[in-house]
Write a protein that binds this ligand. Structure first.
Ligand SMILES: O=C(O)[C@@H](CO)OP(=O)(O)O
Ligand SMILES: [Mg+2]
Length: 423
């Protein structure tokens, strides 16, 4: 099948934080048109692919006109005439054109936007839904929606150190019900917060951002909400945490300072100890970045202690990069990797990272960024990758809800062939 790319262009748009990001457009010779928008993180790993930003300060977060121009000029000149259904060829051509390890010449935001828009155009011209085009004909598994309902860390200005507290509807019979479980509990949590005189304003991903008296108090509120919503903690709904420990480790090493809550300085051992206590008390099934990206030994210790009980996810430490995931597999650093397309910058490399996890018997956790757009590429991608779970924020921000709604659509389309299970 030949579907020749006839035009590629880009535009600077805004993301959900009001910061500039890249939207790309691709046209094929049969008239097919597709566009894609690139997300942007706030709590980033040091080794992520580079998000190219302009020098001038027109916005709080600088513009992306340079990246836009790289799409319009270098990338367009190189890819026009190529076959859109050859994703790997397209992605590796851009990787070569850039020629740097972190995509710093053209910008990962420029490259990823094109990678995504080409895949969308190829799916349309192949008459296939995107999840099926990327995942093949046996793609039937809808991910468990790990919904972020309480925010802290760099995603909120409150007194909680851990960045994300997520509800995991692992006891639900299907995605639709799972989404209902978490959305209902989200609303109950709002009532509880109101009743206690705590703020019901939300953080970047739409989770509430109350000033709790401690990190543990945040956890207690969530357990209360699950119970009051009529669900059984640990049976219907469990919990996933993203500590994003980089944000309370100034030098990204084994020294921590839980400043926001006032819990104070902690060593790796003390943090692991605290986690052990929480794991005994609360129905936690997944813990992401419990330690900072420089604390490889601490991560391994954490995994040795708890890896048989829960999913230990590396985000900032692996940055969806095979080089770091390989090191993690060798050192038993974790047992799962967070997967974010823009951390590495192409669809093909993201798929390769997932394949590496799969082959090692690791899990992988598909993820949005804290700065998102209305693009629902992630939903189709998560289904295509058969990973079993995704995080896409809360139930009250349009750019997050769009992803969940797309998953409802896919589940509906698959009918009784749709699968839903935690593991
Ligand atoms: O740390 C994370 O996992 C993400 C997404 O939730 O946040 P950010 O996009 O800010 O890196
Ligand atoms: Mg994270």
């Amino acid at each position: 099948m030949n579907s020749t790319i006839t035009s590629i262009s880009a535009l600077e748009i805004l993301d959900s934080r009001g910061n500039p990001t890249v939207r790309t457009y691709v046209t094929l010779d049969d008239g097919t048109k597709a566009s894609a928008s690139v997300p942007s993180g706030a709590s980033t790993g040091q080794h992520e692919a580079l998000e190219l930003r302009d020098g001038e300060k027109r916005y709080a977060h600088k513009g992306v006109e340079k990246a836009v121009s790289h799409v319009n000029v270098e990338i367009a000149e190189t890819l026009i005439g190529m076959n859109a259904v050859e994703q790997k060829n397209i992605d590796y051509t851009m990787i070569e054109l850039d020629g740097t390890e972190t995509k710093s010449k053209l910008g990962a935001n420029a490259i990823l936007g094109v990678s995504m828009a080409v895949a969308k155009a190829a799916a349309i011209t192949s008459n296939l839904p995107l999840y099926r085009y990327l995942g093949g004909s046996n793609t039937t598994r809808i991910p468990v929606p790990c919904m972020n309902i309480l925010n802290g860390g760099e995603h909120a200005d409150n007194s909680v150190d851990f960045q994300e507290f997520m509800l995991v509807p692992n006891g639900a019979p299907n995605f639709k019900e799972g989404l209902r479980y978490v959305a209902e509990t989200f609303h109950i949590l709002k009532k509880i917060l109101k009743g206690k005189g705590l703020a019901t304003s939300v953080g970047d991903e739409g989770g509430f951002a109350p000033n709790c008296s401690s990190n543990e108090a945040a956890m207690e509120l969530i357990i209360t909400a699950i119970n009051e919503a009529g669900y059984e903690p640990g049976k219907d709904l469990s919990i996933a945490i993203d500590s994003a420990a980089n944000s309370f480790s100034q030098n990204l090493d084994n020294k921590y300072d839980l400043l926001s809550s006032g819990a104070g300085k902690m060593t790796t051992e003390e943090l692991i100890d605290l986690s052990g206590k929480w794991l005994k008390k609360y129905p936690i099934v997944s813990w992401e970045d419990p330690l900072s990206e420089g604390d490889w030994d601490g991560f391994s210790e954490f995994t040795k202690n708890f890896g048989s009980q829960i999913e230990v996810v590396g985000d900032d430490i692996f940055v969806t990069n095979k080089k770091y995931i390989r090191k993690g597999i060798e050192n038993k650093t974790a047992n799962s990797a967070l997967i974010k397309l823009n951390q590495i910058g192409t669809i093909t490399e993201t798929i390769e990272a997932i394949k590496m996890c799969r082959e090692a018997g690791w899990r992988y956790f598909l993820s949005h960024r804290s700065g998102e757009t209305e693009d629902t590429f992630l939903s189709d991608f998560a289904v295509a990758m058969d990973g079993g779970h995704l995080k896409a924020g809360s139930a009250c921000r349009g750019e997050r809800v769009a992803k969940y709604n797309r998953l409802l659509e896919i589940e509906h389309e698959l009918g009784n062939r749709a699968e839903y299970r935690w593991k």
